[in-house]
Design a protein around this ligand. Structure first.
Ligand code: HGY
Ligand code: MN
Ligand code: MN
Length: 414
């Protein structure tokens, strides 16, 4: 199964140019720039012979009919939204390689038994509303009414933003699709780590995807003059927040030495009043904890929080925590893993089985159907930054294995 690597590469380059011009590469979900990228993708899908639709969760779905309408569709896809100052391939490769695979199948005159769908999931990256994987959560009924009421800093509700993207938030109180509505799901993604590059392997077969727990944390103290307030009279929210972050990091480091994979990060910090000569009275931060072990994931933060709250309470510091999201670790289907591995072998590409430390829409698709993921390397494992880089050959390898995997899934009894 030959794919048109040059066409894939040209699309990757064209889409990467649809970015916030001052911050390449940035195409945040829910922005005009994102809508421009979607409009381009919709045209490309239709020019490739797919029919397109937007579902109630705001996912853009391109479809190519199969020969047996009784079978549920095979589905591939990922996301074209980016983090701020992100890369050109995280998510984007999975959508455009899916489109290329389907277009190449069609041009080769191959009609699969199953219909095939290529999905661009709405807002996979953590959004300004505090939630990630919005479209894939919405598809499986995992966007709670509380989440739809989450607001971004200027006050827009997530539900209204989904409507602005063409979704129907009122329809999201129930799953849009249920187990059996998809035959199987497979997603191509860059590794976003450096294992494949270090091992000089072109393909990773994902065994499991970490669960991610995210918490919104607010540390409160008292704003005072930085020059006239003695050290023993201060209620410094930022100093307390720094202590909490240090305690989180130390505990995560300890736990990461064990059997399971665990990482914890505070990547977002909002300080008020954020003036060099005023003692901070409020610090907002977002903590995320990731692990492939559900028990470790659930049990990580509460003891750390209790310890630090106990230490700072006497100093008049408050710490409040609001859980934002709790995604569980996901096992990829053994059968899909086998198809990916066999497809790589058929194309004489070496592969290894490995976990994913990044979260993906596949976590939610796994609630509907047998799900797998395949990785290609990215230079020095860099991602979520403009230095994110792959080669045309790597993109072609990944796309070829994806196409071959779809063919094998089609012949399977899904
Ligand atoms: O953050 C992640 O794991 C993914 O890249 N959105
Ligand atoms: Mn990402
Ligand atoms: Mn991604």
């Amino acid at each position: 199964m030959k794919v048109n690597a040059e066409r894939l590469w040209a699309r990757l380059e064209t889409l990467s140019e649809i970015t916030d011009p001052d911050r390449p590469w940035t195409r945040r979900a829910f922005t005009d720039c994102y809508l421009e990228g979607r409009a381009w993708l919709k045209r490309e899908m239709e020019a490739a012979g797919l029919t397109t639709r937007l579902d109630e969760a705001g996912n853009l779905i391109g479809s190519l009919l199969g020969s047996d309408p009784k079978l549920s569709p095979l589905v591939t896809g990922s996301h074209i939204d980016t983090v701020a100052l992100g890369g050109r391939y995280d998510g984007i490769l999975g959508v455009l390689a899916g489109l290329e695979a389907v277009q190449s199948l069609r041009e080769a005159g191959i009609t699969l038994r199953h219909s095939i769908e290529v999905i661009d999931f709405l807002s996979e990256e953590p959004s300004e509303y505090g939630v990630s994987c919005i479209g894939s959560r919405g598809m499986v009924g995992s966007l709670s009414p509380d989440m739809l009421d989450f607001r971004e800093p200027s006050g827009e509700r997530l539900g209204d933003a989904i409507r602005r993207m063409g979704g129907v938030p009122e329809a999201l109180s129930a799953p849009l699709r249920r187990p059996g509505d998809l035959a199987a799901f497979v997603e191509l993604h860059i590794e976003q780590g450096r294992v494949l590059e270090d091992r000089q392997l072109p393909i990773g077969v994902v065994s499991d995807i970490v669960g991610i727990h995210r918490y919104d944390i607010v540390v409160t103290g008292q704003a005072d003059h930085a020059g006239t307030t003695p050290m023993d009279l201060r209620r410094d929210a930022l100093a307390a927040a720094a202590g909490l972050i240090k305690a989180i990091q130390a505990e995560a480091y300890q736990q990461s030495l064990g059997e399971s994979y665990l990482v914890a990060t505070v990547g977002r910090l909002d300080v008020s009043p954020n003036a060099s000569n005023a003692i901070p009275d409020r610090v907002g931060m977002v903590l995320e904890v990731r692990s492939n072990d559900a028990e470790l994931l659930e049990g990580f933060f509460p003891p750390v929080l209790e310890q630090v709250q106990h230490e700072v309470w006497a100093e008049g510091i408050g710490i409040s925590v609001t859980p934002l999201s709790e995604g569980l670790p996901t096992r990829c289907a053994d059968a899909v893993q086998s198809h990916i591995k066999a497809a790589a072998t058929a194309l004489e590409l070496g592969s290894m089985t490995m976990p994913s430390g990044a979260g993906h829409d596949a976590v939610y698709m796994a609630k509907l159907a047998p799900t797998g993921m395949l990785f290609i390397p990215c230079r020095e494992g860099r991602s979520h930054c403009p230095e994110e880089s792959i080669t045309l050959k790597q993109a072609a390898d990944g796309c070829g294995v994806l196409a071959e995997t779809l063919l094998r899934l089609d012949q399977g009894n899904y």
